[in-house]
Design a protein around this ligand. Structure first.
Ligand code: GLY
Ligand code: MN
Ligand code: MN
Length: 369
């Protein structure tokens, strides 16, 4: 993981002697910890990564993941493991590893205030600098191993997307459907879901971040399913929309328009394009349709160790796309009181344009009720 540590130090705005990545308790875990320390298992609550500019890494592991940490370190000679069992012991190790007046880089975006106060006590003379932009930039451009994991996460979710029509049964609840989908992702090789699954029946499809309830499926219902798998810590994020027959002419037209908007965005995606211009390509299609103004969120976001991993893509974001970025492309049209359609795919930006990571068909699917 030396290359990843070095990449972060190279991107730092002001130089630092050392970087600390400190986990609090779930859900306040800094995914950058497992970015620099590629360990397949474990939460590492309260653990800390001490990284040096030459790429060396010392992991202060919690006792609860000691075996996993030691196994991972065996595969990487630049990693050393320490297992402090108390806070004073941790602080002693930090003072041994870090010069008292060192300049210490921290991930301001993910570090809890409480963790920072404890670091101030351990290293009272240290000078702190913010590494969060640098960490974000490094994590934004995926290496080959990361792309392989993202691809597998996307394939697992895509396989479940293809199965959804066969899972739909009159009388089932939104939660029943979400449970079936999550079960299938794990059977397909995922370690779990990458975020809370969204299964929205009927009018609730008009709410992009709806949480499934006990609403029951009845004939003549449109369905939005937004979900993703975690595979070796990397996330996928896919949305497919369906109609549980009989058909609804307006929502079929909406589906076709959303697909056209997604194609419009995809057709311009390549290195150098500003995120806002990808968004605007999709928005122009929707705003020239009868559903003007009903695309109510950004086109997508970067994806990686977290499902929302870096930047969002909307009309205000000047971020240029770069080769190796993994992003979602997810236009939608939302009709309050009636329902919605969103089509979401994961792609990786390549030298010549992009490649799909997700693989499920995107066309209108009507499932006989
Ligand atoms: N799953 C939430 C989103 O698509 O951003
Ligand atoms: Mn999604
Ligand atoms: Mn998304």
């Amino acid at each position: 993981m030396k290359a990843r540590v070095q990449k972060i130090f190279e991107h730092l705005r002001s130089p630092a002697d050392v970087m600390l990545l400190v986990n609090s308790t779930e859900p306040h875990l800094d995914q950058s910890f497992v970015y620099v320390f590629d360990v397949p298992s474990g939460m590492f609550e309260g653990s800390c990564a001490v990284a040096f500019p030459d790429g060396r890494l010392t992991i202060l592991s919690s006792l609860l993941e000691e075996e996993s940490a030691r196994q991972a370190a065996k595969r990487d000679p630049t990693v050393t493991i320490e297992v402090p069992t108390t806070r004073p012991e941790r602080d002693q190790i930090l003072s041994r590893l870090i010069r008292s007046d060192a300049t210490v880089a921290l991930n301001y975006r993910e570090l809890t205030h409480d963790s920072f106060l404890s670091l101030e006590k351990a290293l009272p003379k240290a000078r702190w600098v913010d590494a969060s932009d640098s960490i974000r930039s490094a994590r934004m451009i995926k290496d080959a191993e990361e792309i392989a994991r993202l691809r597998r996460a996307a394939e697992i979710a895509s396989a479940v997307a293809v199965e959804i029509p066969s899972l739909l049964k009159a009388g089932m609840t939104e939660l029943d459907l979400a449970a079936e989908m999550e079960y299938r992702m794990v059977r397909g090789g995922a370690s779990g879901r990458s975020f809370s699954t969204i299964t929205a029946f009927g009018a609730m499809g008009a709410e992009p971040h709806y949480a499934p309830q006990n609403r029951r499926l009845t004939p003549g219902t449109s369905i939005v399913c937004d979900f993703g798998a975690l595979y070796q810590r990397y996330a996928s994020d896919i949305t497919r929309s369906f109609r549980f027959g009989p058909a609804d002419a307006e929502l079929k037209g909406v589906h076709e328009k959303v697909l056209e908007a997604q194609e419009a965005a995809l057709s311009v995606i390549r290195p150098g394009l500003l995120a806002k211009d990808a968004h605007l390509a999709a928005q122009r299609v929707i705003d020239a349709s009868p559903w003007k103004g009903r695309f109510i969120h950004g086109l997508g976001h970067s994806i990686g160790l977290a499902v929302h991993d870096g930047f969002g893509m909307n009309q205000l974001v000047d971020e240029p796309l770069e080769e190796g970025m993994a992003i979602t492309v997810e236009p939608g049209i939302y009709l309050p009181g009636k329902g919605g359609v969103r089509i979401e795919d994961d792609i990786v930006v390549t030298r010549g344009g992009y490649e799909f990571l997700t693989t499920a068909p995107r066309g209108y699917i009507e499932v006989p009720a």
